[in-house]
Design a protein around this ligand. Sequence first.
Ligand code: ME8
Length: 516
Amino acid sequence: MTAKPFYVTTAISYPNGAPHIGHAYEMIATDAIARWKRLEGREVYFLTGTDEHGIKMVQTAAKEGIPVRELADRNSAEFKKLAAALNLSNDDFIRTTEERHHKASQAIWKKMEASHNGDIFQSTYKGWYSVRDEAYFDESELTEKNGKRFAPSGAEVEWVEEPTYFFRLSAYQEKLLALYEANPDFIAPKERRNEIISFVKGGLQDLSVSRTTFDWGIPVPGAEGHVMYVWVDALTNYITGVGYPDEQSELFKKFWPADLHVIGKDIIRFHTVYWPAFLMSAGIEVQHRVFAHGFLTVDGQKMSKSLGNVIDPFALVETFGPDAVRYFFLREVSFGNDGDYSNEKLVNRVNADLANNLGNLAQRSLSMINKNCDAKVPELGTLTDADNAIIAEVTEALEAAQKAMDEQLVHEAAGALIAALSSANNYFAGQEPWALKKTDPTRMATVLYVTADTVRRIAIPMLAFVPASAARLLDQLAVPADERTLSAALNANSLLTNTDLPVPQGVFARLEKPAE
Ligand code: ME8
């Protein structure tokens, strides 16, 4: 079997500030998807990084009184550190200030310029610009208050007039609609797809794609004084990451078009309208799918510096450990919807699912095996209806989790696994292996085998969500590295009888709610 390679990306973050939990959330979810695909046996390329150009960076650096590059270097390093702290399995970390990215952006620009419609042309931009969104807005999209105008995000817009290059986005309306029509899975969740289709049906205006008022950007080829509009360069990172402009490179041939761009709901238009239009213009294949996740709030409130409720993801990892933080977001937030963070919710969720459910089952069965079965995988005797029922339920849960992950419904996948674990705990309690020790040791061995094998079958997919803890569980079951795959998980009763097992150790400690 040669499984199809899988290329998945996060958005690249603006390093004009330190990373917050919204950034951490996107990284965690995308990592879970990447890890799951690897467990399926697919060759995965997972890219994340930082988006370092644009006026917003220039303004922040000016406020701090430091050179823009220093700001970019300092904060980009924080994002990279966050990826490591969250135990991300990214294959590369791209910075848009890198040489390779300048080359790729200039190459795609030239392709768009040379396209048969002449998609890039010079004119004068007059209109409203929001620095915070790094986006242009139509008068009709704005609201007015005290003589000031605001973008839908709430950011103030400013009137901009300058000679710029334009991208002939208006020429792509029909092509984009045809793309959405032919690829019903191009935009997820579904509601987002409908929003984008009606936006495009409403008509597309040509897009201003260069700026002359600052120079912190990628120079437009052959146009002195112009740098590219930050989104042209930002979106291009996805192809730079796999070797563009060398379309014959191993990486590019293997991984482009991307299977999935994971982004937040505020930047769907850039990814599902501009990006495919740029790619079509440049004669490059369009990505397969964009999944937009929701936004996180804290204790029910929008995160903001003025409210003082911005959560530092490094502090979270420090307090609870990476797996607890990962698990909470993956399970608690329904992927695609908004979600809320609170310490209490995290502690409750992690204790219920990981410590009490998974951890408890593993610890109870493994310590009985250690004491009563000579610390070896026990014998599997005749299977009863109860054994067969739990084995079948785990198989169904694995299938349900796979189906959910095929659509990036990460929370549903985790939920299906945890539900099967609850049943397995009931099975264990109902079979009372401790009572069988004297009356029927053969039957005890079978119950312990079935339970330990259940832990194995659930711990394997959990490698995508809580990689370090799940790996420790599998170590305790002496599961070899090459059997840590989803197909091995589907294969019931494959623990090898008589295999020596190490002394079991608790993997999931119960968390305490930190003092306020
Ligand atoms: O948008 N909750 O960068 P960014 C969840 N550079 N997700 C959130 C969030 C929150 N509170 N706040 C932000 C940019 N995000 C561009 C992307 S891609 C070619 C260029 C998400 O640092 C946001 O939706 O503002 C985006 O997907 C990512 O974090 C980076 O946001």
